[in-house]
Design a protein around this ligand. Structure first.
Ligand code: SAM
Ligand code: SF4
Length: 477
């Protein structure tokens, strides 16, 4: 599992199973998730709600009573992937008309009732803030009526629902700390599909982390679209102004990090995603202060051109971003830094693209998620700008961005040869049963000979080789 806000490609669309939960007489749920880690964390809330209704999970949708697909709407190809999947479910439903098919998450929220019109065999359409309503909606569907709840909430954080951990390695888990996003980046559909930003009550976050420690987990990732803007002032939406009392009692992201670090000293703490305009020195200093907060920041830049950043409404310039990177490196010299980049945003010139390439070179990112721009209906960019960079140019620029980033990753990995890292083992390496894979504090993947180690162990590994994606080494006593 990649512990950023994104989820391992290999887990996309994988059946999610509640461990040890086989209930031969109960109903069976087939649950699949696409998209970001928030969606996977939400699927654990959904599974928890249905488990309380007596459901167990299955990896075979043909034997399921209920098929739920938790969807992503961030790029057009994410939606096309789900549509193809719905075709498979529909075939199963034609054989067994009693199967209930539900579409959950961002695509449900974006398309609303239109999904019911377009996809005749869907029974349920449920947005990300309406999961508490699932038992009721399921009853309506069981009575033969199609049902929908896509209301977005100003308060819902599911703070009191203990997520059941799905198909994980028992080593690392996600804990949601905020929902929604108030940023309105012009390219992004998230504010429309996940609603306004809300912070979750801090003690419930601490409690969930302690529960994870008690259940043997070794790593937690605090999740939100923009974790740095976390602010607990008693619940609900952020306000324009606060009373003196509210400010006194408020909990900021750096304070929350500190609370979790102190309450769970044995667990590794990560967080994602940081936003360059909101990542303040206090967060960087808190990371530095606590050994159990990983020296790693995922800081999406999107573009190296200040003009494009302004059109994207990101709220910072190239210079601001570079200053944040310098500050991170000044306070935590060995901090791992990764980013997200979009190629071919509206009106992007060759010069502006080159600014992105030069920024990659300057920042020396350890890793990046890189995409071509995909226009999303109803976003500000769709309304204001022309999607005028051709598909060929977007792809060529993306290829150049990937090449530049791979060179950076390789350089960064080569610098680690000869060093020793504390690696948290996640499981057996995908390529060899004789090897284990795990991550360093900086979130770099390390592969090394298995010996007697197992998932969940912390192992000191000396690096002796690398590729652009992986460090290779041997364990030392
Ligand atoms: N909240 C995070 C942030 O602001 O950095 C990221 C959230 S989004 C789920 C993950 C990434 O998808 C973004 O950082 C961006 O690079 C990419 N993305 C979002 N909308 C996109 C679009 N319309 N086309 C291409 N990539 C997009
Ligand atoms: Fe989308 Fe911007 Fe919010 Fe990230 S910060 S979720 S890119 S609107």
């Amino acid at each position: 599992m990649n512990t950023t806000l994104y989820h391992d490609e290999s887990k996309q669309g994988e059946a999610l199973l509640i461990e040890g939960n086989s209930n031969p007489i109960g109903k069976k749920l087939f649950l699949e998730s696409y998209g970001c880690a928030m969606n996977f964390a939400d699927s654990e809330i959904v599974a928890s709600i249905l488990k309380n209704e007596g459901f167990s999970t299955t990896s075979n949708y043909e034997e399921a009573d209920v098929i739920f697909v938790n969807t992503c709407a961030i790029r057009d190809n994410a939606e096309q992937r789900v549509k193809k999947r719905l075709y498979d479910y529909n075939k199963a439903k034609k054989k067994n008309p009693d199967i209930i098919i539900g579409v959950l998450g961002c695509m449900a929220e974006r398309l609303k009732a239109k999904l019911l019109e377009e996809e005749k065999l869907i029974d349920l359409v449920v947005g990300p803030d309406a999961y508490r309503d699932l038992p009721k909606l399921l009853k309506v569907a069981e009575e033969g009526q199609r049902s929908i709840n896509v209301l977005l909430s100003k308060e819902e954080t599911y703070a009191d629902i203990s997520p059941v951990r799905l198909g994980k390695n028992g080593v690392s888990a996600f804990v949601s700390i905020t929902r929604g996003c108030d940023n309105m980046c012009t390219f992004c559909v998230v504010p429309f599909t996940r609603g306004r930003e809300r912070s979750r009550e801090p003690q419930s976050i601490v409690r969930e982390t302690i529960d994870l420690v008690n259940n043997g987990y070794k790593e937690v990732t605090l999740l939100g679209q923009n974790v740095d803007s976390y602010l607990w002032t008693g619940g609900g939406l952020k306000k324009e102004s606060y009373t003196a009392e509210e400010i006194n009692n408020a909990v900021t992201f750096s304070q929350l990090l500190e609370m979790v670090a102190l309450a769970a000293p044995s667990i590794r703490i990560r967080f994602s995603t940081s936003h360059p305009k909101d990542l303040n020195n206090s967060v960087i200093e808190t990371i530095k202060k606590y050994d159990n907060i990983c020296n790693y920041i995922h800081l999406p830049v999107q573009s190296g051109s200040s003009k494009i950043l302004e059109m994207m409404n990101r709220g910072y310039t190239r210079e601001w971003y570079l200053e944040r990177i310098s500050k991170i490196k000044e306070i935590i010299p060995d901090c791992g830094i990764s980013t997200d980049i979009i190629s071919g945003f509206c009106g992007e010139t060759e010069e502006e693209h080159k600014e992105t390439l030069s920024l990659i070179e300057q920042c020396k990112f350890d890793f990046a998620y890189m995409y071509t721009y995909s226009e999303r209906p109803k976003t500000l960019a769709e309304r204001k700008y022309k999607d005028d960079v051709s598909a060929e140019v977007k792809s060529r620029r993306l290829k150049e961005i990937i090449e530049q980033q791979n060179a950076s990753s390789l350089k960064s990995n080569k610098e680690d040869i000869g060093k020793t890292f504390k690696v948290l083992v996640e499981g057996v390496s995908k390529k060899s049963k004789e090897h284990l894979s795990g991550r360093t504090d900086q979130n770099k993947m390390v592969v090394f000979p298995k010996k007697n180690f197992k998932a969940g162990d912390f192992v000191m590994v000396k690096i002796d080789a690398c590729t652009s994606a992986t460090l290779l080494g041997v364990s030392i006593e």
